[in-house]
Design a protein around this ligand. Structure first.
Ligand code: FAD
Length: 433
């Protein structure tokens, strides 16, 4: 037996340091983020990054040979739960999306030259990147439909296509672009990844698409989702990342751990919203009592606590499966937590907002922002429905129709079988009557 829910004391100490550091040093920056702008934020965060590095907690998602800690997904997950409490914290720890995922792909599939040119400065925070896969006119849920093409041209490639929602595209130095390079191959082997510097002729970053999260027009800020056209973009052969036709395999490898980190970060957000809900309930007075004494509010608190605990254990379990049996074995567990975790995040933030009434709806509290960004969690990295479908398919593989067409649990049939099997006892009981 080796079931164990404890965290080893050394790492627990690191987690406590992170929690205190994030709350003391990073939460205050959230309130002046828009005033600081990109440059000011970088300046404010640089000394914090030095502290994180000194503590050995910088870019921990990578293996030790690339400067990471090789911590494994359970420890990383626990770390992301702490960092998730603030949208800025991952920047201070060198593991903000999409750079973290892109650095994983580069670490996994990059040549030594690609690593030196792109990965090393990306990890040092000297470059920024974006992942450019989703297109406005094809379904992102079914990327085998991608229309962006990469055509061989001498030693290099020419890329043509239209992408959007390439997060951080407008502040990136380079883009990792997914394009169909072998249209005749099997659908899952048609696409490849290419490293495209943003200044390459033909790359046009049209706009950051205004969203629920950032409803106002802006360009060139952290977290913008860029619309980009690639018009006869010529890149050299060395731009190919991984093998030709390996685009989907690499994307899957990037997404598995990334989804665990997302789910743990969502729990960090949910916990913060939950704390606000509980605090408000203790003193807001209406109709003869504080809100904490209303049964509906009590239900919301209890349901939220139960759901967060369930999501946390499910996510840590998925991380544990990934650590102990590998990413493939964890695929269904990861799909489960992706849609379940997104729902928990949404519901907890929604209840916390409701308990605060108009204050919750206002921008005087961070709840409305949490609510807007929570909505996106049900869409990015695969919409809920796709993950539910993949979980259900996996589960259904374990089932067969009954040979005789009768449900296995059909009571009259089972009763008949039991009567035959236990006839001697039934006969004796009847004889005694
Ligand atoms: C905040 C945010 C950040 C993002 N960042 C990036 C990024 O950095 N890089 C990038 O390339 N992309 C990014 N995306 C895009 C994201 O990956 C896609 O939006 C996602 O894959 C869904 O694709 P789609 O928007 O084309 O929706 P569609 O594929 O058109 O799906 C629309 C809806 O159809 C339904 N649906 C789809 N398939 C099924 C099914 N099998 N069964 C039942 N219903 C189904 C679902 O309800 C789904 O929501 C981001 C998106 C958001 C919201």
């Amino acid at each position: 037996m080796s079931w164990d829910f404890s965290t080893d004391p050394d790492y627990q100490e690191q987690l406590e340091w992170m929690a205190e550091f994030v709350r003391r040093e990073i939460w205050p920056l959230e309130t002046i983020w828009p005033e600081l702008g990109l440059e000011g934020l970088d300046k404010a965060i640089a000394p914090l990054q030095d502290q994180v590095k000194a503590r050995g907690l910088w870019a921990t998602h990578l293996p030790p040979e690339l400067g990471g800690q090789g911590m494994g997904q359970v420890r990383l997950g626990l770390m992301h739960e702490v960092l998730g409490t603030s949208p800025i914290a991952p920047l201070a720890f060198g593991n903000a999306a999409p750079d973290s995922g892109n650095s994983e792909i580069l670490a996994m599939a990059g040549t030594p030259e690609q690593k030196e040119r792109w990965l090393t400065p990306l990890l040092a925070g000297d470059l920024r990147s974006a992942f450019s896969m989703t297109e406005p006119h094809t379904s992102g849920s079914d990327p085998t439909q991608l229309q962006t093409r990469a055509v061989r041209d001498g030693d290099g490639w020419v890329i043509d296509g239209h992408k959007w929602f390439s997060s951080n595209g407008s502040i990136a130095d380079f883009l990792i672009v997914m394009a169909v390079s072998s249209p005749e191959a099997r659908p899952s082997q048609r696409a490849s990844m290419f490293i495209v510097p943003v200044e390459t002729p033909g790359v046009e970053i049209l706009r950051d698409v205004p969203t629920m999260e950032h409803p106002w027009e802006q360009f060139g800020g952290y977290g913008g989702h860029s619309e980009i056209t690639y018009n006869s973009v010529r890149v050299p052969g060395e731009a190919l990342l991984g093998g030709e036709g390996e685009g989907f395999v690499l994307a899957q490898q990037r997404l598995g751990p990334g989804r665990i980190h997302h789910c743990m970060r969502w729990l960090g957000v949910a916990r913060r919203a939950f704390d606000m809900m509980c605090e408000r309930a203790t003193y807001r007075y209406a109709h003869g009592s504080v809100l904490a004494q209303k049964q509906t509010v009590q239900n919301w608190i209890a349901d939220s606590a139960a759901e967060m605990q369930a999501a946390r254990l499910m996510t840590l379990h998925a991380a544990w499966v990934m650590d102990s049996e590998g990413a493939r074995a964890a695929r269904t567990d990861v799909a489960l937590i992706k849609f379940y975790g997104a729902k928990v995040l949404h519901d907890v933030v929604d209840r916390a907002l409701q308990v605060h009434g108009s204050l919750g709806y206002s921008t005087d509290l961070p709840l409305e922002q949490m609510y807007r960004s929570a909505r996106a969690a049900r869409i990015y990295d695969g919409p809920d429905e796709v993950h539910r479908q993949s979980v259900a398919r996996h589960i259904l593989h374990g089932y067969q129709p009954p040979l005789d067409g009768v449900p296995s649990e059909h009571l009259p049939t089972r009763r008949e079988q039991a009567r035959e099997r236990f006839a001697h006892i039934l006969d004796a009981v009847t004889a005694n009557d």
